[in-house]
Ligand binder design. Structure first.
Ligand SMILES: [Zn+2]
Length: 158
């Protein structure tokens, strides 16, 4: 058993090495394990609304790391090194609950997967009409089990 685990670990590390070699070919994309379920959920919620999310084709990576820019808890970056990557801040992630994590990942995938820009419109209560709010306080974020369905409808039908 121990040997098997060791073999698996060795295999994993050699795959990682191969992965970094293949990076230049643009064939590598990795999603950090804790983010995967939210990526899956995003795909499932999109599918419910007849939107196809093909991560293989989009090559979106997901990474939890320390974001040093003040007041930024998530990013969708397009750089030479990271052509399409969702980044979430490690410290925010560790203290966020499930809905807060979902909101953040869905917002960034809104940029990275379906090319949505920011939208800061508010309803009559001052609540943001979209998950794609810039979060700069122009509207009040009210993402709860009660508002989730409407906000997901908005996200995938723009
Ligand atoms: Zn944004």
């Amino acid at each position: 058993m121990t040997n098997r685990i060791l073999t698996a670990l060795l295999l994993m590390s050699s795959m990682l090495v191969m992965g970094s070699c293949a990076k230049d070919e643009g064939s590598e994309f990795l999603v950090d394990e804790p983010l995967q379920q939210y990526f899956d959920r995003f795909e499932a919620e999109a599918a419910l609304r007849n939107v196809v999310i093909d991560y293989e084709a989009l090559k979106i990576s997901g990474d939890i790391r320390i974001i040093t820019t003040p007041n930024v808890i998530g990013q969708c970056v397009h750089t030479d090194k990271e052509p399409n990557t969702v980044i979430v801040d490690k410290f925010y992630w560790e203290t966020a609950d499930d809905l807060e994590r979902e909101f953040l990942v869905f917002h960034e995938l809104g940029h990275c997967a379906i090319n949505r820009p920011h939208l800061d419109d508010s309803d009559t209560h001052g609540d943001c009409v979209s998950i794609m709010t810039s979060g700069t306080g122009l509207c009040h974020i009210n993402y709860t089990t009660a508002t989730r369905t409407d906000l997901l409808d908005e996200l995938f039908t723009q």
